[in-house]
Design a protein. Sequence first.
Length: 109
Amino acid sequence: LKEVGKHPVSELMMVIKSGRYGPYVTDGTINASLPKGMDPESLTIPDAVNLLEARAAKILADGGVTKKRGGRGARGAAKAPKAAKEEKAAKPKKKAAKKKAAPETADAE
């Protein structure tokens, strides 16, 4: 939406962008959401620096890991192991009927 200016420490250009959850300021490495009610057009360089520093401190406090959003994603969620089915009592198997061989008849000669 708007270029704010260069970050005084990192010398990276700070830009205000419009995101899915509202406007945010970024320096290309860190993104910081603008508070509700803050006009993106009236954001000054010191305000942007404060927002980015606060966001960087929060990321470091969380161990450098940003919060992951829920959802299944392309691969799907890991499936929980299915409960073991109760073993059914073994049914007695029916014996296969044996074919009786025809009695051999002796040739009477």
